[in-house]
Design a protein around this ligand. Structure first.
Ligand code: PEP
Ligand code: MN
Length: 554
């Protein structure tokens, strides 16, 4: 569909030699790694990572470039970005029903948005690898009930860190000991998930001529159903008209309406896993247009050649010069609010890859700190070898950095409904005054600043039952509307990029209250299925899509 981004050839030759040198000796390993996992045996971890390092990437560099091209359009305000999915996947979610439900919901939402915003929508799922979770505490307290006496005791066990690290079930507590085999399982579950997504899309699931197939039936709200019908009717009219005049782009080879792109993403938290799936990738040249990855051995040889030539760009080897580092665990990864330290390992790793990346921005982010982060992830000019004279204090000496590029960084704002009005303007002022103003993508994550404990204690007689984590739909909408209004009213040089949402396509979910179903906090227990953060259910997700759609249409 799209050609690889022209920006693929924009970095300097020297920066490229640095990519191979970095690959041989990734400097993130020398920095502090927040949220690190303590495995009982490093040897077992190394052997799993070696195995993963030899397996094929889950996505292709060509696909990553295609996403880059589309994100450049988002940065220019020509497309809208919809990033959606679970807070955390479990391996169990890797089944056709749940994968399809998520895909269909994303397609429905994007159709509604296209209709309202009159812009293409770029879809990214939090899927096929969204396993690892950052934790505020390494342990958690659970309550055990003696079945004989009914007496309760408290026990401190290791926190659940995600299905790729340890077991969700607290029984037995030894299941919480990190097990490196789970990294390998994460790889294979991601592979099966992304394979199913590809097969669904290539089998016509995303055909815009048949949106009624996307199972709107179980939506209970009559108003939502009617509204959706009217969107589909107007779309069908438009398609009929185009077919009549012979301009239906769904006919023939260039069938843009018959299938769509759907990209995968996750939080890039487990750096060892990410590094094992980060590959050196040959840049296309006129004589060798393929974007092939190097074998393990060839990557090592390229890195050695770069080192021999001096990682300062003086190498004459074309092979060495024509490489980039691509994370092939997903099309894009994001940096969480807990792992975004300027001098930390995660930042160093994120700066070294060619993929588009996200950065979560919570209430503790200072405007100047955000600009310093953007200067690292989206620098004005690519650094060469990172010699001392180029890097000042806090710089990423010895690392590769790619140059500024439209759509390279998604700034994912998650301040909370009560703080967005006061904290967002200073952050945006800093961006607007920086060189990043026209290249970054501003996304609103209205979920993570709005988590609360349900005011209703569990009704269950089980004394180990915990109060539920929830989110108010009103807060979610309020944060989105503030975000839209502040940007469009006060920052004429900035653009709204899109939204980043936690949601589920599964039926009968009641984790957030409010929305067109009018769920009340006391209803939450009925369909509370998340083992992590509360997600928007099907109806609430469509409510958000319609709200955005109406906002842009007005
Ligand atoms: C998340 O996106 O699930 C998450 C943990 O976000 P944050 O880093 O913004 O807290
Ligand atoms: Mn979450």
């Amino acid at each position: 569909m799209a050609t690889p981004s022209p920006a693929a050839s924009s970095s300097s030759t020297a920066g490229v030699a640095a990519a191979a040198a970095y690959h041989a000796n990734p400097t993130w390993r020398q920095k502090h790694q927040a949220q690190q996992v303590d495995y009982p045996s490093q040897q077992a971890v190394d052997s799993v990572l070696q195995r993963i390092g030899k397996l094929p990437g889950l996505v292709s560099p060509y696909e990553v470039d295609r996403l880059r091209t589309q994100l450049a359009a988002v940065a220019e305000g020509k497309a809208f970005l919809l990033q959606t999915g679970d807070c955390a996947e479990l391996f169990d979610y890797c089944n056709p029903e749940q994968i399809q439900a998520k895909l269909k919901l994303s397609l429905l939402m994007s159709l509604i948005l296209i209709w309202g915003a009159r812009k293409p929508v770029v879809r990214i799922g939090r899927i096929a690898g969204q396993y690892a979770k950052p934790r505020s505490k390494p342990t958690e307290t659970i309550v055990r009930v003696d079945p004989q006496t009914g007496n309760t005791t408290k026990e401190e066990i290791i926190s659940f860190r995600g299905d790729n690290i340890n077991a969700f079930s607290p029984d037995p507590p030894s299941g919480r000991i990190p097990d490196p085999e789970r990294l390998l399982q994460a790889y294979f579950h991601s592979a099966a998930t992304v394979n199913h997504i590809r097969s669904e899309l290539s089998s016509g699931l995303a055909d815009l001529h048949a949106p009624r197939q996307w199972s709107f039936q179980h939506v209970q709200s009559r108003a939502l159903q009617d509204e959706f019908e009217s969107v589909v009717d107007s779309l069908t009219d438009a398609l009929d008209f185009m077919r009549t005049i012979g301009a239906d782009p769904g006919v023939g080879n260039n069938n843009v309406l018959n299938s769509v792109d759907y990209f995968i993403s996750h939080e890039g938290l487990a750096l060892d896993y990410e590094e094992a799936l980060t590959r050196l990738v040959r840049r296309p040249t006129p004589s060798n247009p393929s974007r092939s990855t190097f074998s393990h051995e060839a990557a090592a040889a390229a890195a050695a050649a770069a080192a021999a030539g001096g990682a300062d760009g003086s190498s004459q080897s074309n092979e060495v010069e024509a490489v980039d580092r691509y994370a092939l665990s997903a099309h894009t990864v994001w940096l969480g609010d807990r792992t975004r330290q300027l001098d930390g390992a995660h930042m160093d790793y994120f700066a070294s890859i060619r993929n588009p990346v996200g950065i979560k921005v919570g209430p503790s982010m200072k405007p100047q700190e955000l600009i310093e982060i953007l200067d690292i992830l989206n620098p004005d000019v690519p650094l060469s070898s990172g010699s001392d004279e180029e890097g000042g204090e806090g710089s990423h000496n010895g690392t590769v950095r790619y140059g500024k590029e439209k759509g390279r960084v998604m700034v994912i704002i998650r301040l909370g409904a009560s703080k967005v009005a006061s904290l967002l303007p200073p952050l945006l002022s800093a961006i607007a005054a920086s060189s990043h103003y026209d290249s970054i993508i501003l996304l609103c994550d209205p979920m993570h600043g709005n988590t609360q404990t349900s005011p209703y204690p569990p009704t269950s007689t089980d004394p180990s039952a915990q109060p539920l984590k929830t989110r108010s739909f009103g807060d979610i909408i309020s944060e989105i509307l503030h975000f839209l209004d502040i940007i469009s009213t006060d920052f004429p040089t900035l653009r709204v990029g899109g939204v980043h949402l936690e949601l589920t396509g599964d039926k009968d979910v009641t984790e957030c209250f409010g929305g067109s179903m009018r769920l009340r906090p006391e209803d939450l227990e009925r369909g509370y299925k998340s083992h992590c953060d509360p997600r928007l259910n099907f109806e609430q997700s469509l409510d958000v899509a319609f709200l955005l759609s109406h906002y842009f249409r007005k």
